[in-house]
Design a protein around this ligand. Structure first.
Ligand SMILES: Nc1ncnc2c1ncn2[C@@H]1O[C@H](COP(=O)(O)OP(=O)(O)OP(=O)(O)O)[C@@H](O)[C@H]1O
Length: 264
């Protein structure tokens, strides 16, 4: 098992109400090496918080997260992150952005080779001397993916990486990511709000509920790839998951509204 999330609870201190506000409780997830796992769930159920804890940017309130049997105690190069906004360095060109985090880790020649390899993998080798503002949103996200992969992490943590892109670019990047995943055999944990995206990409889809955040379903997607977006099996699964999520989203909205009225 590569990643083990064991009985993890997370709460924040709410200064206004002087109480601990629970985000999620008793989350248990085990992920095998090379698995592509997606997490779906209503806004606020704690998906990003969970990824941050795996990245070592946040601590668990209770429970342990282990990578390769070692408890996570902080950030490390064995975990690569890709966010909704690519957060690239605008004063560096594409190649330099990829080289920046790996310069200290590898010898110069090795780092150059890594950068060249991943630039080619995301099909941006012709744009290596371009600056970030000269690229489209989809191209910028490909640079972010190449930068994360160049560190050679054990797991890639992706937090709604394609959410800000138009549908065509998004589908194109889903196909590219799948091709990379199949070639590099990476383990990927992918947060999304799109049921279709999760079903096209993943071996497993974990559905989270809210208040408190928790896992309500863990669905194996035993369909061969490449998957067609209009495939009957995909549509059946999409309906099933949409129904599961609908109750949770309604619950989340109801709580937001009642809090708004209480605080008015
Ligand atoms: N640093 C923090 N301090 C206090 N509360 C926080 C902090 N970070 C997150 N939260 C709260 O924890 C809950 C979960 O947030 P999180 O961003 O993980 O949810 P999410 O499922 O990723 O939501 P979305 O789908 O909208 O991105 C929210 O209620 C949020 O307000």
């Amino acid at each position: 098992m590569l990643l083990e999330i064991e009985h993890v609870n997370k709460s924040y201190w709410d200064d206004k109400q002087q109480v601990h506000f629970p985000v999620f409780s008793d989350v248990m997830i085990s992920i095998n090496e090379n698995q592509f796992v997606s997490i779906l769930g209503p806004s606020g159920c704690g998906k990003s918080t969970l990824l941050s804890m795996i990245a070592g940017l946040e601590e668990t309130t209770e429970g342990t997260i282990k990578l390769n049997r070692e408890p996570i105690s902080g950030p490390g190069p064995d975990r690569g992150m890709v966010f909704q906004q690519p957060s690239l360095l605008p004063w560096l060109n594409v190649k330099e952005n990829i080289l920046f985090p790996i310069k200290k880790r590898f010898k110069k020649k090795e780092a150059e080779e890594q950068a060249a390899y991943f630039l080619q993998l995301v099909q941006l080798d012709k744009f290596q001397h371009h600056y970030i503002h000269e690229l489209s949103g989809g191209m910028q996200q490909r640079v972010a993916i190449a930068r994360a992969l160049a560190m050679n992490p054990k797991i890639l943590l992706m937090d709604e990486p394609f959410a800000a892109l138009d549908e065509q670019t998004r589908e194109n990047l889903q196909d590219k990511l799948l091709a990379i995943w199949q070639k590099k055999k990476k383990t990927i944990l992918f947060v999304t709000h799109s049921i279709k995206e999760a079903l096209i990409l993943s071996d497993r889809v974990i559905v989270m509920g809210t208040n408190p955040g928790r896992i309500i379903s863990d669905v194996n997607i035993n369909l061969s790839r490449p998957r067609k977006r209009e495939d009957e099996q995909i549509i059946i699964l999409e309906k099933k998951i949409r129904k599961l999520l609908k109750n949770e989203v309604n619950k989340a909205l109801k709580d937001v509204w009642s809090n708004e009225f209480q605080n008015a």
